[in-house]
Design a protein around this ligand. Structure first.
Ligand code: XMP
Length: 317
């Protein structure tokens, strides 16, 4: 029988004993796991925890700034590193989804390693690994797992030679959320939809340009904000928008337009392994579609994805 309060007391003591006065580095992703791990370590060792939050340029609209701000408000010793341009230039011209994932994983490791080198005398690498990550032998998920799957590529970056500390490695996701609540972390942050490590890159089908990222961020923002405003966000397990690599014809005034199509996706699921599309109210879809087409330059058509997993997947690539 899991009790978050007892867990927090025990793990904080354990971390203190284990780490003592050493320095620890941790990569924050904006997600629940790395945040809860950071807050626990902060409770145990305070400013000896050095958090690094990397902007890969593929986060949701304004997310880097707002989440960084939130981290600072939580008292975390965090450095925000805006590497957007580096990621986007390395991704230029890349169309293959696996190459996108590998490129993002590699650049993340390079950026993180550069940052870790700026710190002196770090002894530990902390990760927000949770129990399902531990039992999943090969995982493509999240920065921490990306780090693991790159173990044998061209020797280890220096930060990976550090001793590893994983305070959440015995917990399931719902237990992590309960620990987060006990620690007083903002319920909105704890209730966030899952978001893939490669971010919007795998929701821009085909090649990625800064302009496409901007369009998709705007569309995604209108959709997600709409879900929140209509009290639908918490009824959905994951939602997002996909920018399709086709143009479709439209009409504006007397003119014909030839612009981008976006797909909206919202699913119900428990673990992402299977998923059903959510029957969002038609009125809501109508409002969101109108708002997107009226406000986002470059988009003239919105479609809604009504495929379930299997045989479709949640992401489109
Ligand atoms: P699929 O598309 O496989 O997605 O049905 C299942 C869940 O996994 C997420 N996903 C990823 N997460 N890196 C991640 O961190 C990835 O490369 C990746 N691909 C898919 C997806 O968002 C969904 O929650």
């Amino acid at each position: 029988n899991f009790t978050p309060d007892t867990f927090v007391e025990d793990i904080v003591e354990e971390l203190k004993t284990k780490i003592q006065n050493d320095k620890v580095v941790l990569g924050l992703s904006g997600g629940v796991d790395s945040t809860v791990a950071a807050v626990l370590l902060n409770k145990a060792i305070g400013q000896n925890l050095y958090c690094i939050f990397v902007n890969n340029g593929l986060l949701r609209k304004d997310e880097f700034e707002s989440v960084l701000h939130q981290y600072k408000d939580m008292g975390l010793n965090v450095k925000g590193v805006d590497a957007s341009e580096r990621f986007l230039s390395e991704l230029a011209g890349v169309e293959d989804p696996e190459t996108k994932r590998k490129t993002i994983g590699r650049v993340f490791i390079e950026v993180f390693d550069d940052e870790a080198h700026l710190l002196t005398d770090v002894k530990w690498l902390a990760q927000g690994t949770i129990y399902p990550d531990v039992i999943e032998s090969v995982s493509v998920k999240g920065p921490s797992a990306t780090i693991k799957s790159h173990h044998n590529v061209g020797g280890l970056p220096d930060f990976m030679k550090l001793q590893v500390v994983e305070p959440l490695r015995m917990l399931f996701k719902d237990e992590v959320r309960r620990v987060g609540a006990t620690l007083g972390i903002d319920p909105e942050l704890l209730g966030r939809h899952p978001f893939p490590g490669p971010g919007l890159s795998i929701r821009i089908l085909g090649d990625i340009t800064p302009e496409k990222v901007r369009i998709l961020q705007e569309v995604d923002h209108i959709f997600i904000q709409g879900l929140k405003d209509h009290g639908l966000y918490n009824q959905v397990w994951q939602a997002g928008a996909i920018l399709l690599p086709v143009n479709s014809v439209g009409v504006m005034g007397d003119e014909r337009t030839y612009e981008k199509v976006v797909a909206l996706r919202a699913v119900e699921s428990t673990d992402g392994m299977t998923a059903d599309w959510v029957h969002l109210p038609y009125d809501f879809l109508m409002k969101v579609s109108n708002e997107i087409i009226n406000k986002v330059k470059g988009v003239n058509r919105v479609v809604y994805d009504i495929s379930s997993k299997p045989p479709a997947t949640i992401e489109w690539e």
